[in-house]
Design a protein around this ligand. Structure first.
Ligand SMILES: Cc1cc2nc3c(=O)[nH]c(=O)nc-3n(C[C@H](O)[C@H](O)[C@H](O)COP(=O)(O)OP(=O)(O)OC[C@H]3O[C@@H](n4cnc5c(N)ncnc54)[C@H](O)[C@@H]3O)c2cc1C
Length: 320
């Protein structure tokens, strides 16, 4: 049973999450006793593609096109690559792109689809996976019984395992990509760390008390090179812009480090941060639910804890 992994690029570059996806694909292929093929769509330099050899990539199909990301066209390319490479398992990231493409690919391949998969399968035969359910509050097991299967992997749930190997890049004909979309203009956000891509996120809740108190949080974010975020009531109050709101009805983030400052830890907030690798919570209430989700917790008042944290990180950075 061979595996096809769709690898998304951002302006011709891959991210750490791509390495996790490739390494995951390799482990799946090993578990199934088959081979791994990667598919890249867009313009990516050969060296960037070959770097993925260190994570288990053997064969990489590079479909070079300048067409904009168009779900219909991309899904058709991924389905063709799966058919041509004989893949019976297609894997994508559980991000905005993967969530849009996976159902289209599954329909084209007449495949069963399970999204938001958590880590490696529970068993390969039958093919059973854990997936996040109830906004990430619990895990459910799902079996895919169709011959061809499609899954999307939740970020930071499989880890990265290095593999020794060289990747061979093959060009795939992308002339079939005829997009029904033409991009009229693009506005690139500059100077700020994008929340969805940030490695570190510093997030504030109603415990920050008011819009005027945000300076210390921004200072901590500045020292850490982090993106800033907030809970929903904070953006509803207008203390912070809506695009910073994280959770079930806001952005889903998956940083390596998430600071929850004055956030109670409601299930709707946790839904947006459950893929974070390490969660640090600061709250004055020792019974706050956020402490059950956090890896590290500080019980204390933000007004005293936050400046001390910033100072400590500043010193650490200066000495390293
Ligand atoms: C359908 C639906 C969808 C929702 N979607 C979202 C969503 O996407 N994202 C989201 O965030 N919420 C969402 N909510 C709201 C959610 O239920 C919670 O109300 C919200 O997350 C609480 O925000 P908070 O933790 O900032 O505020 P609170 O619950 O008020 O918590 C504030 C915390 O700060 C602590 N605190 C207060 N002062 C200090 C201090 N000086 N120092 C340290 N700690 C202090 C308190 O102990 C408390 O734990 C949704 C709700 C519904 C019904």
């Amino acid at each position: 049973m061979s595996v096809l992994v769709y690898i998304e690029n951002w302006n011709g570059k891959f991210k750490k999450s791509t390495c996790e996806l490739v390494s995951y694909g390799k482990r799946l292929a090993n578990g199934l006793g088959g081979s791994l093929t990667l598919l890249s769509i867009g313009r990516v330099a050969e060296d960037e593609l070959k770097n993925l050899g260190a994570y288990g990539a053997g064969k990489i199909l590079s479909a070079e096109t300048d067409a904009p990301l168009d779900d219909k066209a991309y899904a058709s390319l991924i389905a063709s690559a799966a058919q041509n490479s004989g893949a019976t398992l297609v894997v994508m990231a559980h991000n905005v792109t993967g969530k849009a493409l996976a159902p289209r690919v599954a329909v084209r391949l007449n495949a069963g689809l399970v999204s938001a998969v958590n880590g490696l399968p529970v068993s390969y035969q039958p093919f059973v996976v854990n997936r996040k359910a109830f906004s990430g509050k619990s895990l459910m097991q799902a079996e895919i019984t169709s011959d061809i299967k499609v899954i999307t992997l939740s970020q930071n749930t499989a880890g990265i395992e290095p593999f020794a190997g060289n990747a061979a890049v093959e060009t795939m004909d992308a002339s079939a990509v005829t997009s029904g979309i033409s991009v009229l203009s693009t506005e690139v956000q500059t100077g700020k760390i994008l929340l969805s891509e940030a490695d570190v996120v510093v997030s504030g809740g109603r415990g920050m008390r008011s819009a005027d108190n945000w300076k210390p949080l921004e200072e901590l974010a500045g020292v850490l090179g982090a993106a800033t975020a907030c809970s929903r009531p904070v953006s509803d109050e207008g203390w912070r812009p809506h695009h910073e709101h994280v959770g079930q009805t806001g952005k889903v983030v998956a940083p390596n480090l998430y600071f929850a400052l004055g956030i109670s830890g409601a299930i709707q907030h946790l839904a947006g941060i459950s893929s974070s690798k390490v969660i640090v919570a600061v709250n004055k209430d020792p019974e706050a639910p956020i402490f059950s989700a956090a890896d590290y917790g500080i019980v204390g008042d933000l007004q005293t804890v936050l400046p001390k944290m910033t100072e400590a990180f500043r010193k650490l950075k200066a000495s390293s």
